[in-house]
Design a binder for this molecule. Structure first.
Ligand SMILES: Nc1ncnc2c1ncn2[C@@H]1O[C@H](COP(=O)(O)OP(=O)(O)OP(=O)(O)O)[C@@H](O)[C@H]1O
Ligand SMILES: [Mg+2]
Length: 361
């Protein structure tokens, strides 16, 4: 077991630069998720850690042990890095029984047959598959097969567990169960884990910390709550969950806690204030918008009149698209409101995050 440090990791395929000087630190025992859109470099990062790709630059250390250093010409081969790896499409060998699949890494390490059987039974118990040793993969469900792959990754206790979209072949219900189950198991054996997914729900629900990536660069690292409530930029806000974005402007020399909103004809108060003057983007989550179906409330800050354009019933709440000046906003409410209704909504200043892309201080 160890922590993991990537320093200045760089990787190109031809003239396509996939990783730009990536820095990353994963604490001992942490479940750390790489999250980002397709093609942003998540698998390339994971494969580099496993030793299946050779980066062009940078350094990778497991605790004090340097396994890759472009400058010092160190590149420890994958089988010597002691990572347990589970890939989406690299599941189990169809011609081997569960026992032989799980025991394979031990056989490679020339572990005795007796010790192998003991260890296989131990990890099968861990992944709750005891008694299925003699089955072949085609005699198992998809979820069970992924657990066999996980048992195989854990058979020889790994320094790092690397999981690349391990649940993406499972149906929605099974995937949810698999997440809960893996999280409990990971805490129990406290193995340092790097988990790759492009599914935000999966990342939010499982991780100790998340790194949001975009085009081979780090956008933000933080706990699920930090990433969701305090997204570092509009990309992160938009990638995680649903967000309303309004275009606006902070005029030079004016109060930066008042952002003029395009198409609304008035400013909205924001707290904290916009960091800079200039063109601004205001982001607010639907669930932070307060709907006042029955008239105006006592507060006067950021009350706006909107008109209901469309409505969807989602079981535990209604989701509305409402017109706000020239904008559309998504809001949610427990109350049913008819199409065409005019109502008052409140955009609390502290629920609005203001981003200024190329402004002045
Ligand atoms: N072996 C390779 N040869 C050439 N280009 C590659 C290779 N592997 C990956 N790439 C490119 O590198 C970029 C990053 O790929 P990577 O597989 O790391 O993305 P990802 O974030 O894992 O995406 P996904 O969510 O779709 O799995 C992509 O543009 C991809 O086309
Ligand atoms: Mg990938």
């Amino acid at each position: 077991m160890s922590d993991l440090t990537l320093t200045g990791l760089a990787k190109s395929f031809g003239d396509n630069t996939v990783l730009h000087d990536l820095d990353l630190h994963v604490n001992n025992g942490e479940l750390f998720t790489l999250l980002g859109p397709s093609g942003c470099g998540k698998s390339t990062t994971l494969w580099s850690i496993a030793g299946l790709h050779s980066p062009d630059g940078g350094r990778i250390a497991f605790g004090d042990r340097v396994v890759f250093d472009a400058g010092g010409r160190i590149d420890v081969p994958p089988e010597k890095r002691n990572c347990g790896v589970v890939f989406q499409s690299y599941a189990v060998w169809p011609h081997l029984t569960v026992h032989d699949n799980v025991g394979y890494p031990l056989k490679l390490r020339k572990v005795s047959r007796r010790e192998r059987t003991r260890r296989v039974q131990e990890v099968l118990e861990l992944v709750e598959l005891s008694g299925l040793e003699d089955r072949y993969p085609h005699e198992l469900s998809g979820g069970q097969q992924q657990r066999v792959a996980l048992a195989r990754a854990l058979a020889h206790p790994p320094d790092l567990l690397l999981l690349d979209e391990p649940f993406s072949n499972l149906d929605a219900k099974l995937r949810e169960r698999a997440r809960d189950w893996l999280k409990i198991l990971q805490r129990r054996i406290s193995v340092t884990t790097v988990f790759v997914t492009h599914d935000q729900d999966e990342a939010l629900s499982m991780s100790d910390r998340i790194m949001v990536m975009d085009h081979g660069r780090v956008r933000q690292v933080g706990t699920p709550e930090e990433i969701y409530h305090e997204p570092a930029d509009e990309f992160v806000a938009d990638f995680i969950g649903t967000v309303n974005v309004l275009g606006g402007h902070v005029a030079p020399g004016t109060d930066r806690s008042q952002v003029w909103v395009e198409g609304l004809g008035r400013p909205l108060a924001v707290s904290p204030p916009a960091p800079l003057e200039g063109d601004a983007r205001l982001a607010i989550r639907p669930e932070r918008i307060i709907v006042h179906p029955a008239g105006a409330p006592a507060t006067t800050a950021n009350l706006v009149t909107v008109k209901v354009r469309s409505q969807a019933f989602l079981g535990d709440h209604y989701r509305y698209v409402v017109a706000l000046g020239d904008h559309e906003l998504i809001v949610r409410s427990m109350t049913r409101i008819d199409h065409g209704t005019e109502l008052t909504v409140e955009l609390p200043p502290e629920a609005i995050r203001a981003y200024v892309t190329d402004g002045r201080r």
